[in-house]
Design a protein around this ligand. Structure first.
Ligand code: NI
Length: 432
């Protein structure tokens, strides 16, 4: 279906300023941005979206989340990381059923679309459920089954890896859906298991997604057990490669950062989750100075408690000005690139999504900026980083298809999702 978005102020890439905003006409054909201000041959708009009073920008890319965990939202709050994870979330997770993960993921997708995310890297525990939800919803996603394994439980680790491989084989060729393998963390996978996962990822030619150096407890535990840092342990096991996404990376030494830069990995920073769990903040100045590709993630709704990338973009651009005491550090422009193009690059989708360029996928969001907090329009990039809250998102397209418009989901029965998720939480006795 050909779609024309006309007379719309558009966030376009710019070699000098990173972004520029220019009134444009955007032509969408065959799922792609087929023309910017010049009509492609054979174009015949079936749908015309009027851009008056709106802003068009690339959909946000969530570089680290656990979409199914929306069912744990506002449940285990105000707890330190280890108590939160091992004392509360994991015992509850043991009681989840596969279909619970499907409904939780669907709720996550509703929230992501509603707040302008068109693509995410998801780590989960039930194979197929997230992919099923994605196929129905139509959002772009990179899926990664979370893997844990050690010599104490060789059978369990093997089984999880086998299931992950079977899932990748099953969904191979699905448009808009790709996969990584996700060894969960250095404290839940031993080096032998990590090596096995890396070898399997190489065979399948997929990337790796892993939590790294998230809490002080993790640093202490790895140091006591192996006498090194989590980054050194992972490097020794071959985990750190150019197609690896390392989430969090809060506690890093200078030599850790040097190793990460040399291996060309991407970092998914999660400012809200790191603050909420009392873990601190990533050494952003050093990571960026060393040229590491940093992208932005929300983490799961159990530790955020939202999957709203605009909120994380607000925090990202504010937090590090405070930590560095440098108001010029991490500008609105740099923040927006981290939340879009850098995310696409980390997910192996550079040149595919995350930017408004001719030939790239039409993963676009239209914001209604006729809002008091978006006026006056002195600098719309600043407005996106410092003033927007996600409620401005009016229309969302993924792969050239409208998935959300004017409060309505085209592919999701929102009332059914709310009903099923409430039912799950009542069954688990989560109401407080
Ligand atoms: Ni996480």
């Amino acid at each position: 279906m050909d779609i024309l978005i006309k007379n719309v102020r558009t966030v376009l890439p710019d070699d000098e300023k990173i972004f520029t905003v220019r009134e444009s006409n955007i032509y969408i054909q065959n799922k792609c941005i087929a023309g910017i201000d010049s009509e492609p041959e054979g174009f015949s708009a079936e749908t015309v979206l009027d851009g008056t009073g709106k802003l068009l920008m690339p959909g946000l890319v969530n570089g680290h989340t656990h979409a199914y965990m929306t069912v744990f939202r506002n449940y285990a709050d105000d707890l330190a990381f280890t108590d939160w994870l091992f004392g509360n979330i994991l015992p509850l997770e043991d009681r989840l059923l596969p279909e619970d993960a499907y409904w939780g993921t669907m709720l996550g997708y509703m929230e992501m679309l509603r707040t302008g995310t068109t693509c995410s890297l998801d780590m989960y525990i039930f194979p197929d459920e997230a992919a099923k939800a994605r196929q129905e919803c139509g959002i772009r996603a990179v899926m990664s089954r979370g893997l844990t394994g050690s010599s104490e439980d060789p059978g369990g680790g093997e089984r999880r890896l086998r299931e992950a491989v079977a899932e990748i084989e099953k969904w191979k060729g699905s448009e808009g859906l790709s996969f990584m393998l996700a060894p969960h963390a250095p404290y839940t996978c031993d080096p032998g298991y990590l090596r096995e996962v890396v070898a399997t990822a190489d065979q399948l030619d997929v990337g790796l997604n892993i939590h790294v150096s998230e809490s002080q407890d993790e640093i202490n535990q790895i140091n006591e057990k192996y006498g090194c840092s989590p980054v050194e342990l992972l490097d020794e096991a071959g985990v750190l490669k150019s197609n690896t996404v390392a989430a969090h990376c809060v506690y890093l030494s200078d030599s850790d950062i040097e190793i990460m830069a040399q291996r060309g990995i991407s970092v998914a920073t999660n400012p809200v989750s790191n603050l909420k769990l009392g873990n601190g903040f990533a050494p952003m100045q050093k990571l960026l100075a060393r040229g590491i590709n940093v992208c932005l993630g929300t983490d799961g709704a159990a530790s955020n408690n939202a999957l709203n990338m605009f909120r994380d973009l607000n925090y990202l651009t504010l937090l590090h000005k405070g930590t560095t005491r440098d108001a010029g550090f991490l500008s609105a422009y740099e923040g927006l690139k981290i939340a879009t193009a850098n995310g696409a690059k980390a997910l192996g989708l550079g040149g595919v999504t995350g930017e408004i360029r001719k030939g790239m996928k039409a993963d676009l969001i239209l914001l209604d900026i006729e809002k008091p907090w978006m006026k006056p329009e002195n600098n719309l990039i600043s407005a996106l980083a410092y003033s927007a809250n996600g409620s401005e998102v009016d229309t969302v397209l993924v792969d050239g298809k409208i998935l959300y418009k004017n409060g309505e989901y085209m592919t999701i029965d929102s009332q059914r999702v709310y009903y099923e998720v409430e039912k799950i939480c009542r069954r688990l006795g989560m109401r407080q």
